[in-house]
Design a protein around this ligand. Structure first.
Ligand code: F1P
Length: 561
């Protein structure tokens, strides 16, 4: 256990989340979220003195950069980490403009703009592309504060960029954000990293280089093991918002005071637990009945919806149409890095801002759920009525809206406005975003738990879309089926290639590419093969009869043969 990185460990709090009630699921996730602020085991989370000290140093670095000519701040990451970097860059650039300062924040996400709303995970294994993108974006600047985010201290895409910064100290000041000690940084080799460099080597260099900063509080394992979009994403957001907020204002607040404000706001979410549980229950039923979940929101609130929805695909192998987010204004497109149109490989990106939402929602399966975020519920009243006429469920997540609620409208309300601290507008908006993120994560995670996509607290239908997830899948099979590494790996590979043959002439990169065209339940089938010592064909047949993946692990499914 000791050698397993914290970000991959199982959280004792959620060991039985899969059999809990919706209320229980919401409470357990909340309890885990609070560990970000309150600590885990003997670690103190974001309140750790060393970390707070480093955050104050980070603030000074940002302040200097904001005042220096010909300088920028680059935020880079893969998956959720890249998405949170994008949102922070967009938000704080707006603040710069409001303060008549040049917008200095830039973002890089592995896989480009499409990866903001779609899982394009394989790019995170490429340190060379990471470096090239960094060179390209920083080419004309003299000073760069580079912030590499990788929750597990694992993504080679970010590793390559940090290495480039360390090799060019006259121009770059690198900061690394993640949630493991450096000793647990990933030591796996990836094919494209020359000299067999690993993320561990780079983390070690970061830790021992004067001027470089490693911000790596231990915030405890995720509610669903390895789901770093949850606590990892939230902690990343708190860190970035705290630092950029403090750097942008002239008050003498310390990082600890700002973090305390977030802690109180998140802690208060408990009072809405019952309403969130009702929505989790509805959302779970919705997925079980093949209906859909939709989020609608404007500006960054809408983007949070799209992001939450997109993350369910790699985490739970959910289909693109199960949960989707839509923008009610054009904010998203306006804030994207310029890219050639052909690189927009994601349909979610094209379809992000439909002209007519009611047309888009015309074909929703019966009893779907549409979640309106904040003011959009009021702006979209005619759409709400249409959807209700068709028997869909409407949820309103109220955060910053001060409108009163019509009690006869048959709309389920989650009133998070009570959690917003009375402080300045920037902090209020940022707190609203983190609270919204946690609420959406709870709904989508809870719904997938109820759908049976989680066994105990393990994501048993994870998509094997990069090296990290390949090894995670092997660990899941190994521990749940009680088989050795070789058996777990063989079953996984046979399931990926949908064959009973032994495949031993292909690389991990090829396995991952093959997953892209195999939408079957790759990991559950491999698990079934390991559990029942059967062939791919037999396991696939059993699997096709099993609508609830969790039943495989409990043995319910095996009796059907
Ligand atoms: C990056 C990431 C996650 C995603 C999945 C695959 O992880 O893309 O955001 O949920 O786990 O990896 P990290 O580099 O932040 O650890």
């Amino acid at each position: 256990m000791d050698s397993i990185p914290y970000t991959e460990r199982r959280n004792a709090i959620t060991m039985n989340i899969d059999t809990d009630t919706p209320e229980g699921i919401v409470d357990l996730i909340h309890e885990c979220n609070m560990e970000v602020f309150n600590g885990y085991e003997n670690h103190t989370g974001l309140s750790d003195d060393t970390i707070l000290n480093k955050l104050d140093q980070f603030v000074s670095l940002v302040r200097i950069n904001l005042q220096t000519e010909n300088s920028i701040i680059v935020l880079s990451g893969c998956g959720t980490s890249g998405r949170i970097g994008f949102l922070a860059a967009t938000f704080f650039n707006e603040l710069c403009l409001q303060q008549n300062l040049p917008p200095k924040y830039r973002y890089i996400i592995a896989g480009g703009n499409s990866a903001l709303v779609t899982s394009i995970e394989a790019c995170e294994d490429d340190p060379v592309i990471g470096t090239k993108e960094l060179q390209c974006i920083t080419d004309t600047y003299e000073h760069v504060l580079f912030v590499g985010i990788t929750c597990g201290l694992s993504a080679p895409f970010v590793g390559g960029q940090l290495e480039y910064c360390l090799n060019n100290p006259q121009k770059f000041t690198p900061v690394l954000i993640g949630f493991n000690p450096v000793s647990m940084a990933r030591r796996t080799h990836v094919s494209k990293w020359i000299n067999d460099t690993t993320f561990y080597d780079i983390s070690l260099r970061m830790e021992t280089t004067a001027g470089a900063l490693v911000i790596n509080p231990i915030i405890g394992p995720e509610p669903i093991s390895g789901s770093s979009r949850m606590k990892g994403g939230s902690a990343t957001k708190v860190i970035l918002d705290t630092v950029f907020y403090l750097a942008s204002c002239n008050n003498m607040m310390k990082a600890s005071e700002v973090i305390e404000m977030y802690r109180t706001a998140v802690g208060t979410m408990e009072i809405e637990g019952q309403d969130m549980a009702t929505v989790v229950e509805q959302a779970g039923e919705c997925l079980l009945n093949n209906a859909s979940i939709r989020y609608v929101g404007s500006s960054t609130f809408g983007i949070w919806g799209m992001i939450d929805a997109s993350e369910c695909v790699p985490t739970y192998n959910s289909s693109y149409n199960d949960i989707r987010g839509f923008m009610a204004n054009d904010y998203f497109r306006k804030n994207l890095n310029p890219e050639p149109p052909l690189s927009f490989v994601s349909p979610a990106l094209h379809e992000a801002t439909p002209d007519d939402l009611s047309k888009t929602f015309e074909d929703l399966p019966p009893s779907s759920i549409v979640v309106f975020i904040d003011k959009d519920y009021l702006l979209q009243k005619p759409l709400v009525e249409k959807l209700q006429e068709k028997g869909h469920h409407i949820v309103w997540i109220k955060i910053l809206s001060t409108e009163l609620f019509d009690p006869n409208s048959n709309v389920k309300i989650i009133d998070l406005s009570k959690c917003i601290p009375s402080t300045d507008v920037t902090m209020q908006y940022s707190s609203a975003e983190i609270i919204l993120k946690l609420c959406l994560n709870t709904i989508s995670t809870g719904a997938h738990v109820m759908k049976g996509k989680v066994f105990q607290n393990i994501m048993i239908d994870v998509r094997v879309s990069n090296v990290k997830l390949f090894y995670r899948a092997i660990d899941i099979i190994k521990s749940l089926a009680g088989v050795d590494y070789q058996t777990a790996e063989r079953c996984l590979i046979q399931s990926i290639y949908q064959t009973n043959d032994i495949i031993n002439d292909k690389t991990i990169d090829q396995h991952i590419m093959a997953v892209a065209s195999n939408h079957d339940h790759v990991v559950p089938i491999a698990l079934l093969m390991s559990l029942s010592n059967c062939s791919y064909t037999e396991a696939k047949l059993k699997m096709d009869k099993c609508p609830i993946i969790r039943d495989i692990c409990t043995g319910t499914n095996q009796s059907s043969t």
